[in-house]
Design a protein around this ligand. Structure first.
Ligand code: NAI
Ligand code: MG
Length: 331
């Protein structure tokens, strides 16, 4: 089985090195192929997602992705490689779990459309900027179905079986109106689950203040991007939160965090999010025993107080990595 590893920019390579080391110990039979993407490769070659990377990603069963630095101003020819990978490989479901004190929820985010299609333009000699937002029946139906299936699986493990449909259909009556209509249609196929609706702003407030109210949240691309960052506060923050991007027989795993230029190169990035990605990857490729080994190593190292500064410790990335590998070899 082939795994494509894309470290990216900033702290991406720092945390992915740790994740890859753990993966090699836990699943030595896997073929790991490394590939480039991001700002650095764009500056060198003029493309942020080289053809060779795309080919390796297509060949692989699973992809482990670090983070890339994307400029916040328009750069001719630059497109975010992670957004591109999600769309090109049709990795339509972005699953972002948060587990913390009395909190155990999952944000299920649509991954292929909405404002992230990148159709933006200037009019009126640059005085007006317009972005197109695309919501389709097909993409809405499959993401809500994914959320319902997940809620049903979780229900078997004692979770409430509740799906919160998040939208802003009171303002975006046509686009979120379609998402909402389709979501309620799909909901009708799952009588064993309970459904509720929330407008995105209220959902954000409740997710910050009362996260224990939620089980599975399903929403459109941009709302899901924002809500999942809020949710991850309750699970130890960006240094810990991992996500999966699921398609048809293929999946990409990535930390929720970005390239963190403010701490890149200082050796203090928290590798836990990337390690949690490996846990998800191992589970997804059908190796629950290996996944459990890594999960318990992560818990043991954190409990021993070997933590990076973002989660209240003084350890370096290297120290956490060494301790994780020690734990794995001691098991
Ligand atoms: P960010 O997630 O990179 O950083 C936000 C804050 O969290 C920073 O203070 C950072 O130091 C901290 N942080 C993040 N991950 C951490 C870790 N593992 N350990 C310790 N601290 C951590 O978000 P930001 O600053 O908004 O974006 C920086 C760059 O990353 C931008 O170029 C952005 O486009 C890109 N980005 C890429 C993503 C991706 O590749 N999927 C996702 C989000 C942002
Ligand atoms: Mg984000």
């Amino acid at each position: 089985m082939q795994i494509c590893v894309i470290p990216g920019d900033g702290i991406g390579p720092e945390v992915i090195a740790v994740a890859t080391a753990a993966l090699r110990v836990l699943a030595p039979d896997l073929t790991i192929k490394e590939a480039e993407a991001g700002w650095a490769v764009f500056q060198r070659t003029g493309t942020a997602l080289p053809e060779t990377t795309l080919a390796l990603a297509r060949e692989a069963t699973a992809i482990l992705f670090g983070a890339v630095a994307s400029p916040s101003h328009p750069v001719p020819g630059y497109r975010s490689p992670i957004v591109e990978l999600r769309r090109t490989l049709d990795l339509y479901a972005n699953i972002r779990p948060t587990v913390g004190n009395e909190v155990d929820l999952v944000v299920v985010r649509e991954n292929t459309e909405d404002l992230y299609i990148g159709r933006e333009r200037l009019e009126d000699d640059g005085a007006t900027a317009i972005a197109e937002r695309v919501i389709t029946r097909a993409a809405s139906a499959r993401i809500v179905r994914t959320a319902c299936e997940l809620a049903r699986t979780r229900q078997a493990y004692g979770h409430p079986g509740k799906v919160t449909i998040v939208h802003k259909a009171n303002v975006l009556r046509v686009s979120d109106g379609l998402f909402r209509t389709v979501a309620l249609e799909v909901a009708a196929d799952y009588p064993e689950l309970t459904f509720e609706e929330r407008l995105v702003d209220v959902a954000a407030m409740q997710l910050a203040a009362q996260p224990q109210r939620f089980d599975v949240i399903v929403t459109t691309n941009m709302f899901g991007d924002i809500l999942s960052d809020i949710a991850c506060i309750h699970g130890g923050g960006l240094g810990v939160a991992a996500s999966s991007n699921l398609g048809h027989g293929r999946a990409l795993f990535e930390p929720v965090h970005g390239a963190a230029p403010d701490i890149a190169g200082r050796g203090i990035a928290n590798p836990t999010a990337a390690l949690n990605c490996v846990v998800m990857l191992l589970d997804w490729i059908g190796r629950p025993h290996a996944a459990e080994r890594l999960r318990s190593a992560i818990t043991a190292v954190a409990a021993a107080g070997i933590r990076t500064p973002d989660v209240g410790g003084q350890a370096t990335t290297r120290e956490v990595a060494d301790e994780i590998l020690n734990q794995l070899s001691a098991q």
